[in-house]
Design a protein around this ligand. Structure first.
Ligand code: ADP
Ligand code: MG
Ligand code: ZN
Length: 434
């Protein structure tokens, strides 16, 4: 029998709002003295009245829009009931039947631009944190009630690389939006993957799935998924039936372990949260939120490429360095200068970007103006340096942009410092990209 993996992702991100989801305690709890960011609402004291954090709802909506979701007009909160010491109310306020955002998609680069369908993006609250010390367990409620966004994909991934690409792209998106720090080490971003194996000639989803938890980095996720796919393949090949299960990942042992089997599946008895009014965003609210949504990394770098004729590398570097806005200002100020030359000058830090964009292009113009080495000499120098630095050239072609500085240095030496750096770079890049 031949099998193919079926994988779906659930990702939680903690929003970086000023206050918690349903009270006015500061949400900036990380590393703070335990139980100092608490109040009757987030401690779950009887009679306390929650109210929804607008900033969090808007950030959830931005994430949904970035993932091409539809925004529900009749969304509301529900109580997810279960007992655990880090959950003082005995229920978590979440969304179940009417998530704020539904039915989106995200295109990967892998699989020829394969679309991963998004099932939902909804808002909920975080729990407190338990600390086990010798025979005692301590609870810190600073995290209790911090806003979380949960994003759930359809089971559309069929290999580990696709999952990793999606998860990294999602992290980039929430960071671009300024919605979350999405730092996995701090627990701002938490991954859960559902895995099953489908018989290759069958079309329907397997009737079981294994949910993998405790995945603390993208690398661990890769290990966990690879391990789990093999584990399941071996069992299925031996004719062992598989059932719904939750498993943890141990990076030390490099294996997954059983946490919960279907016998102890929860019934959360969801019901509408009576203390919080339904969520209402109308079309003009949505337009207003769209208007203030920051441009995403991917669309920004694509736009720089097409609008200014930059290479994809240069465009991405500008965005990564946070210099895209500066670059666009400089292009405006630097009439007559080639945007590509401006971009290269910024990326290669050939002039201090502490100057205003106008001063920057002024300086650039000065340097470009005086040319002391003839084009012919310079071209020969560039070709000679390329010829004698095979390794550096190889590194560049493998994406290591920093070797450019080294090559420029070599060319400057060849021309005894007489070449104009801007021309050197232009010719060098032309020859390298030939
Ligand atoms: P629940 O409500 O129990 O969490 P969902 O239907 O929301 O269940 O599914 C949770 C996750 O499991 C989703 O990411 C989904 O894509 C994934 N999933 C569903 N069926 C399968 C399957 N057969 N194999 C792998 N993943 C699956
Ligand atoms: Mg779920
Ligand atoms: Zn509080």
């Amino acid at each position: 029998m031949q099998y193919t993996p079926v994988i779906g992702l659930e990702i939680h991100v903690e929003l970086n709002t000023k206050t918690k989801m349903f009270c006015s305690c500061s949400a900036d709890y990380f590393g703070k003295e335990p139980n100092t960011h608490t109040c009757p609402v987030c401690l779950g004291l009887p009679g306390a009245l929650p109210f929804a954090n607008k900033e969090a709802l808007e950030k959830c909506l931005m994430i949904g829009l970035a993932l091409n979701c539809k925004i529900s007009k009749d969304s509301y909160f529900e109580r997810k009931n279960y007992f655990y010491p880090d959950l003082p109310k005995g229920y978590q306020i979440s969304q179940y039947r009417k998530p704020l955002c539904i039915g989106g998609s995200l295109a990967l680069h892998l699989g020829g631009g394969k679309l991963i369908r998004i099932n939902r993006v909804h808002i909920e609250e975080d729990t407190g944190k338990l600390f086990h010390k010798k025979s005692k367990t301590l609870i810190d409620f600073n995290r209790s009630g911090v806003p979380l966004v949960e994003m759930v994909t359809e089971p559309d991934f069929k290999n580990v690389d696709e999952v990793v690409e999606f998860a990294k792209t999602f992290q980039q998106i929430v960071r671009d939006l300024g919605a979350s720090n999405a730092d996995m080490e701090r627990g701002d971003l938490r991954l859960e993957a559902n895995v099953s194996l489908r018989e290759i000639q069958k079309d329907n989803l397997p009737d079981y799935r294994i949910e993998l938890k405790n995945i603390n980095s993208f690398r661990f996720m890769q290990h966990a998924l690879e391990y789990e796919i093999e584990r399941q393949r071996k069992l299925l090949e031996q004719g062992v039936p598989l059932y719904k299960e939750t498993r943890g990942w141990s990076e030390e042992k490099k294996e997954s372990y059983l946490q919960r089997s279907k016998e102890d599946a929860h019934d959360y008895r969801y019901f509408p949260e009576p203390d919080i009014p339904a969520i209402s965003f109308n079309d003009s609210d949505i337009e207003r939120i769209k208007a203030k949504t920051p441009e995403l990394f991917s669309s920004k770098s694509k736009r720089l490429e097409t609008e200014y004729g930059l290479t994809s590398e240069t465009a991405k570097t500008l965005v990564k360095q946070g210099m895209a806005g500066y670059f666009e200002e400089a292009v405006k100020e630097g009439e007559g200068l080639d945007p590509k030359a401006i971009a290269n000058a910024i990326v290669n830090k050939r002039q201090s970007t502490e100057l205003s964009p106008g001063e920057f292009t002024g300086k650039l113009r000065e340097v470009t103006g005086k040319q002391e080495t003839s084009m012919g000499d310079l071209e020969i120098a560039v070709l000679s340096v390329i010829k004698h630095n095979e390794k550096a050239v190889g590194d560049y072609k493998n994406g290591k942009e920093s070797v450019i500085q080294f090559l420029v240095g070599e060319i400057m030496r060849e021309t005894k410092g007489k070449a104009v750096i801007d021309k050197v770079l232009k010719i060098l890049l032309e020859k390298l990209n030939d």
